[in-house]
Write a protein that binds this ligand. Structure first.
Ligand code: IPM
Ligand code: MN
Length: 330
C-alpha cells in the first residue's frame, strides 16, 4: 500500500531539493501517494496565511510529512519559525528531533558517526515569558526554559533505545548542569534513573561548552548524544560542520508514539541566494527522505538510499544531476 505523504516544498531551494528526494524515494521502490501543500514565505506574503488550523488538521491525517525549507528575506523573523515549523513540532507532538552526522566516505572526517537526539517541544522554545514595560527604558524581557519530567524522560528513553540499536551502545547527556541547576538537575536525575534500566548502555555527561570542543577535536567519542532543545539546535549546526557540511545534515522530527505523522526535513534553510541556480546539494533532503522511509517501515529501501548517497559522494553537478546519480545508485 502506498504511504500517504504531505509535501511542503516551501521556499527558495526547498522545492528543488524535495523533488530530488522524491525522485530517489521512487527509485528505491517505495510507493508514495503525495499531496503538495503551498506553505511558507510565498504564501504568507500573498495571503497572510502561515499555517491555518484546517490545514494543520489535514496534515494530521498523513503517514508522514516531507518538508524542504521555508523562509524568504521579506518575511520578518519569527513569523514562519514560530507560526509554521514550531507550531507543527508542538501540535503534532514531534518530541524527538533526530539528527544523524556521518561523514561521507570521500570526506576527510574519519570517525564522525554520531546522532543527536534533540528534545523538540520544550526548553526555551516553548514560548514561556514575555515583555513588561515594552519599549520603555525600564523594559523587561524574560524567556523561560520549560522542562517537564514527562517531556525530558520520553526524550531520554528514546535516546537509550536508539543507543541500544547501535554497535557502540554509548549515550552522552549534554547540558549545562553547573549553571542551569534547576533544568539541569531534572535532566540529570531523569537520565540517571532511566540509565539504571539500561545496564548494557555506557553513558557519559558533557557540559555543552566542552561538548563543542570535543565535537571538533575528538568527534569519534560520540555515538548517541541527548540534549535539550536550544543546546541541540546549536550543537547540530556544529555537527553538520564537522560531518562535512550542511549539505548532508538531515533531520527527523519524530512522534515516536505514532499518534500522528512525523516530519522530515533537511537542516539547511531556503538559501534564497542560490534558488533556481541548480547549485543546491539535495543530499540532506535525500537523507531526510531515507529517514522517513525507515520510519514508515521501509528499512531496506532506506538503507539502499543511504548507501547510494555514500556511493555517489564524489559526484558533482547540478541539483538534479546529483539526484539522478543517487537515484541510479539505489
Ligand atoms: C532548526 C532551525 C529551527 C530551530 C528554526 C528555523 C526555528 O534552526 O531546525 O535547527 O531553531 O529549531
Ligand atoms: Mn537550527
Amino acid at each position: 500500500m502506498a504511504h500517504r505523504v504531505g509535501i511542503i516544498g516551501g521556499d527558495g531551494i526547498g522545492p528543488e531539493v524535495t523533488a530530488e528526494a522524491l525522485k530517489v524515494v521512487r527509485a528505491a521502490g517505495v510507493d508514495l501517494d503525495t499531496t503538495d501543500y503551498d506553505l511558507g514565505g510565498r504564501r504568507y506574503l500573498a495571503t497572510g496565511d502561515v499555517l491555518p488550523d484546517p490545514v494543520l488538521d489535514e496534515l494530521r491525517g498523513y503517514d508522514a510529512i516531507l518538508l524542504g525549507a521555508v523562509g524568504t528575506p521579506e518575511v520578518p523573523p519569527g513569523v514562519l519559525e514560530r507560526g509554521l515549523l514550531l507550531k507543527m513540532r508542538f501540535a503534532l507532538d514531534l518530541y524527538v528531533n533526530l539528527r544523524p552526522f556521518k561523514a561521507g566516505p570521500n570526506r576527510h572526517n574519519d570517525g564522525v558517526d554520531f546522532l543527536v537526539v534533540r528534545e523538540n517541544t520544550e526548553g526555551t522554545y516553548a514560548g514561556e515569558g514575555g515583555f513588561l514595560r515594552h519599549g520603555t527604558p525600564n523594559e523587561v524581557a524574560t524567556q523561560g526554559s520549560v522542562n517537564t519530567r514527562l517531556g525530558v524522560e520520553r526524550c531520554i528513553r528514546y535516546a537509550f533505545d536508539l543507543a541500544r540499536s547501535r554497535a557502540a551502545k554509548h549515550l552522552t547527556l549534554v547540558h549545562k548542569t553547573n549553571v542551569l541547576t534547576f533544568a539541569g538537575d531534572l535532566w540529570q536525575r531523569a537520565f540517571d534513573e532511566v540509565a539504571a534500566e539500561y545496564a548494557d548502555i555506557a553513558t557519559a555527561y558533557n557540559h555543552v561548552d566542552a561538548a563543542c570542543i570535543y565535537m571538533v577535536q575528538d568527534p569519534g567519542r560520540y555515538d548517541v548524544v541527548v540534549t535539550d532543545n536550544l543546546f541541540g539546535d546549536i550543537l547540530t549546526d556544529l555537527g553538520g560542520a564537522v560531518a562535512g557540511g550542511i549539505g548532508r545534515a538531515a533531520s527527523a522530527n519524530l512522534n515516536p508514539a505514532r499518534t500522528g505523522p512525523s516530519l522530515f526535513e533537511p537542516v539547511h534553510g531556503s538559501a534564497p541566494d542560490i534558488a533556481g541556480t541548480g547549485r543546491a546539494d539535495p543530499r540532506a533532503a535525500v537523507i531526510s527522505a531515507a529517514m522517513m522511509c525507515d520510519f514508515l517501515g521501509e528499512a531496506d529501501a532506506s538503507a539502499r538510499m543511504l548507501n547510494a548517497v555514500d556511493k555517489t559522494d564524489d559526484v558533482e553537478g547540478t541539483t538534479s544531476q546529483i539526484g539522478d546519480a543517487i537515484a541510479a545508485a539505489c
